[in-house]
Design a protein around this ligand. Sequence first.
Ligand SMILES: O=P(O)(O)OC[C@H]1O[C@H](OP(=O)(O)OP(=O)(O)O)[C@H](O)[C@@H]1O
Ligand code: HPA
Ligand SMILES: [Mg+2]
Length: 173
Amino acid sequence: MVPSDLSAQERAGRAFPVSWDQFHRDCRALTWRLNEVGPFAAVIAITRGGLVPAAIVARELGVRVIDTVCIASYDHDRQGELQVLKGVSEATKALGGGTGRGLLIVDDLVDTGATARLVREMLPDAHFATVYAKPKGRPLVDTFITEVSQDTWIFFPWDLALTFQPPMKDGAA
Ligand SMILES: O=P(O)(O)OC[C@H]1O[C@H](OP(=O)(O)OP(=O)(O)O)[C@H](O)[C@@H]1O
Ligand code: HPA
Ligand SMILES: [Mg+2]
């Protein structure tokens, strides 16, 4: 990533706010596709953004073994060094034959692809699914639902709150 004074969100021209309803619908649409690819022995959520879609997908697929890979990279919207805070457990690795075969990795989105690339190295044969994908990261994902342009910033419902909007005649978009 090229260092910049602008945050990723500031560089991104467009905003794509996602409501809980829409996110739930998109996760269910993702599961429809995954249902044709499975079965999966376990779901692995990339925290923290992957936790919510992983819960919905695992519920729909009837998978009860859930693990996490804990990675930090963005401080709100500024991308920094990737830090693996916790890897996959030995028990989950064993379920996937050591390479991730038959395991499903879930994240909320792929942007530059840095996070996905790192997790794919850990489990090269796992199936990698995200709800949203931007063009740079898209080749790293096996299944996703909606593609948005690279200059779009996705706002997830857990990061949003209802706020007053000024009327359009006063300059609101
Ligand atoms: O493709 P990339 O450029 O790597 O970006 C995608 C990652 O960035 C976000 O996570 P973040 O690091 O912000 O942590 P969070 O999930 O805890 O919000 C998002 O949830 C993805 O995991
Ligand atoms: O578009 C995004 N939205 C929220 N978090 C993110 N992390 C990387 N890209 C994004
Ligand atoms: Mg994340």
